[in-house]
Ligand binder design. Sequence first.
Ligand code: ADP
Length: 158
Amino acid sequence: MRALFPGSFDPITNGHIDIIERGAKMFDELWIGIMVNPDKRSLFTVEERIEMIRESVKHLANVQVIHSSKLTVDYAREHDIRVLIRGLRAVMDYEYELQQASANMMLDEKIESCFLVASPEHSFISSSTVKTIAAHHGSLKGMVPLNVAQALKARYPE
Ligand code: ADP
């Protein structure tokens, strides 16, 4: 079975990678989808985000990266994807995720949402926290892979 992990990944963090590694064990194929949202300002371009993800998941043979500006369920239906994976960190995530999953269910009841709980050591990591720390030249140790830390450093030179 093929699953899609949709998100912004601006940039990918160790929290995302943990969900990807666990999801890749559960499904034959796991596609990571950068779902482009024109209303959301991003630090990295889609191409930069793809490159960073590719480098971070190259050890996983059944994982690939795609991008789309379509509705996630439309993209999924067109590519024979039946499951959407999302990560849950805290109660705060739950409300948003429930709303998204319910809307997706209204749009296509055949596509299921599957939630993986964040590992405790990653539960505080988010792309926005990582960007804030990088902007203030703080340590990103344990939060992002090396290539992402380097890209963030280049964005916020000291
Ligand atoms: P979006 O803008 O769609 O929320 P994100 O890239 O911020 O995209 O997040 C994509 C998914 O990854 C979401 O389901 C989010 O809850 C999950 N996620 C983000 N950070 C973590 C983390 N540290 N641990 C587990 N899941 C996470």
